[in-house]
Design a protein around this ligand. Structure first.
Ligand SMILES: [Zn+2]
Ligand SMILES: [Zn+2]
Length: 83
């Protein structure tokens, strides 16, 4: 069975229903202000931030730190994985 990841926090689960039904601690609108979002890219050994190109070996590491080129302003949001 395939694994699914949250684009915001990297949470891994085997069910899209479960993923999109639970609150995300790293939701851009604030912790638990929204649900996890399905990461639609393929599973990779390295993930690249779509804003600044920073690389990390997991989505959770990538989205755990602020992005200097975030569209809302420097360091006002987290890195986001490119597909
Ligand atoms: Zn999440
Ligand atoms: Zn970034």
């Amino acid at each position: 069975m395939a694994d699914f990841y949250c684009e915001y926090c990297g949470w891994k689960t085997t069910s899209v229903k479960l993923l999109t039904g639970a609150n995300c601690q790293r939701h851009p609108d604030g912790a638990s202000n929204g649900k996890h979002k399905l990461y639609e890219g393929s599973e990779k050994s390295q993930y690249t931030c779509k804003y600044c190109g920073w690389k990390a070996n997991s989505i959770s590491t990538l989205t755990g730190s602020s992005c200097p080129r975030h569209p809302k302003g420097g360091s006002k949001g987290k890195h986001a994985p490119a597909l």
